[in-house]
Ligand binder design. Structure first.
Ligand code: NAD
Length: 487
């Protein structure tokens, strides 16, 4: 490889240096602004949320267009459904409830401390950092932003370099309505991301891959910055004999083909008895062909984000085939046209083995392997022996089996008889567990993630505490013994 010219390298290093300084400066400016006003009123928070909602609504068409351009093609309906509608609902929910979440809460007081009182005061943390991925660029940048704004913080946001058009649009839309000391958007590639994650934020929420999550957590640890990590992983689907198969086929196909499978909670693989696999695989392909009569040139079908990701997915298929898997590809599109448009039709992969790469790494595309598993216990054992998934799906009508799965598997979240929709429920927490993430957000859980829940003990002038002061005597011991009866 040709080595870089010293002058070019010096210029690059100088620009990285100046970008680091700029980010550091913005952090200082935001922190100073926060310190000058550390407890914004509901009125101030509300006006920011309203402004955010209006700016997004005013730019709906622009967002649809730039996101589609960044992907090669992203269905406008999917951008509306999975991004615009979700952030508008998130803002609406925050506007309806944040004032209540902000209130000081009474907490109970143990008998031995009465008549003292306990309260919990939710406080903003200060300056929050948000790093977001490309797959739902608007949703995954703005949903954390809503929680952080509602909780009264200043925010620095770093969207993905894979969606440069979107990232620049977001920067300009937010730059028009917010001052740099309120919300600042830092665009750029990995060097910016590294400098960003090294900043001493009061909290950092990262959404992205597990590998990068490890690096980000390491960088944040140097500052003791608390992190919320929203990561990925392989989300399994168990299809029970009691399932309504027609519904299961439609919902699994939809969950796997929306955004061409580039969804953190897309079903990654299915578990079912060998005897059912062929018919089920066939039915999935048929359903995909009904959803998408063609995959190429179809505005409803989303392209793979970049050449490298396209090549990675092709490589997973080649590896599986070389190791004995059977591939069923939906549609009859011309493969060269598909490649030109970076599109991959739903491909169901059967005769899989754990040695195949497709069974080892998160797929993040429209490839769907099926694993033969004869019993529910086998399926649960398969899942439990692997990294804790971000999502788990169970299809069936047998409630006892459903509860057995719910109580004996660990995953970030679950949808029953559905895929993915648990993510957009504002009243339940969204987050992973173990390698699929730590912490959660959405709705009140987001408000709490971005708040310090400060516990305050309000002592009474009638406290009996003085009976425990030194010098310690028999009387002290008696009082202590009596108090311990109430503990
Ligand atoms: P990624 O980890 O490659 O990148 C995410 C962000 O991290 C980007 O903004 C990028 O600039 C930044 N980044 C890259 N290298 C960095 C570094 N060394 N230090 C600091 N930041 C760095 O992920 P991606 O490809 O954008 O997204 C796909 C992954 O994200 C999948 O694994 C998917 O499952 C996961 N994901 C998770 C959720 C969730 O909510 N749990 C949602 C969407 C995507």
């Amino acid at each position: 490889m040709k080595s870089q010219q010293p002058v070019a390298r010096a210029v690059q290093e100088a620009s990285v240096e100046s970008m680091n300084m700029k980010l550091e400066k913005i952090l200082q400016v935001q922190r100073a602004a926060f310190n000058a006003s550390p407890n914004p009123s509901w009125h101030e928070r509300k006006s920011k949320l309203v402004k955010l909602g209006k700016a997004i609504a005013d730019n709906e068409q622009n967002f649809k267009e730039v996101i589609s351009k960044d992907f090669g093609n992203r269905s406008f309906v999917e951008t509306t459904m999975a991004e615009l509608a979700i952030v508008q609902a998130g803002i609406k929910h925050a506007l309806k409830h944040t004032q209540k979440w902000m209130r000081t809460k009474k907490a109970s007081t143990a008998m031995q401390f009465k008549p003292a009182k306990n309260i919990i005061i939710p406080q903003p943390l200060g300056v929050v950092g948000i790093i977001s991925p490309w797959n739902y660029p608007l949703q995954l940048a703005v949903m954390p932003l809503i929680g952080a704004l509602g909780a009264g913080n200043r925010i620095m946001l770093k969207p993905s370099e894979y969606t440069p058009g979107f990232s620049e649009l977001l920067k300009s839309v937010l730059g028009e309505i917010f001052l740099d000391d309120e919300i600042y958007v830092a665009t750029g590639g990995v060097k910016v991301a590294q400098a960003f994650s090294a900043l001493a934020f009061d909290h950092l929420l990262f959404t992205g891959s597990t590998n990068v999550g490890r690096i980000v957590a390491g960088a944040a640890a140097k500052n003791l910055t608390p992190v919320t990590l929203e990561l990925g992983g392989k989300s399994p689907v168990i299809v029970d004999d009691s399932a309504n198969m027609k519904l299961a086929i439609s919902r699994i196909t939809n969950g796997k083909t929306i955004n061409a499978g580039q969804t953190c909670v897309a079903p990654d693989y299915l578990l079912m008895p060998q005897g059912r696999i062929d018919d089920f695989a066939q039915a999935l392909i048929k359903k995909a062909e009904i959803f998408y009569p063609t995959f190429a040139d179809n505005p409803d079908y989303t392209s793979i984000i970049a050449d490298a990701h396209y090549a990675r997915l092709q490589n997973l298929l080649e590896d599986a085939q070389a190791k004995g898997a059977t591939l069923r590809v939906a549609g009859t599109d011309d493969s060269q046209l598909l490649a030109k448009q970076r599109r991959i039709p739903l491909t169901v992969v059967t005769n899989t083995t754990p040695e195949m790469k497709i069974m080892q790494e998160e797929i993040f595309g429209p490839l769907l392997p099926i694993v033969a598993s004869e019993t529910l216990e086998n399926s649960m054992d398969y899942i439990q022996k692997r990294d804790r998934p971000l999502a788990l799906y169970w299809f069936g009508e047998d409630k006892a089996k459903r509860d057995h799965v719910l109580n004996n598997t660990i995953s970030g979240g679950v949808s029953i008889n559905e895929t993915a929709w648990h993510v957009v429920q504002e009243d339940i927490p969204f987050g992973g567990v173990g390698p699929s993430g730590m912490g959660s957000y959405h709705g009140e859980h987001g408000f709490q993630t971005f708040s310090h829940m400060k516990g305050v003990f309000l002592q009474s002038k009638f406290s009996g505490g003085k009976m425990l002061y030194p010098p310690y005597t028999d009387k002290t011991q008696k009082v202590l013994n009596m108090m311990r009866k109430f503990m």
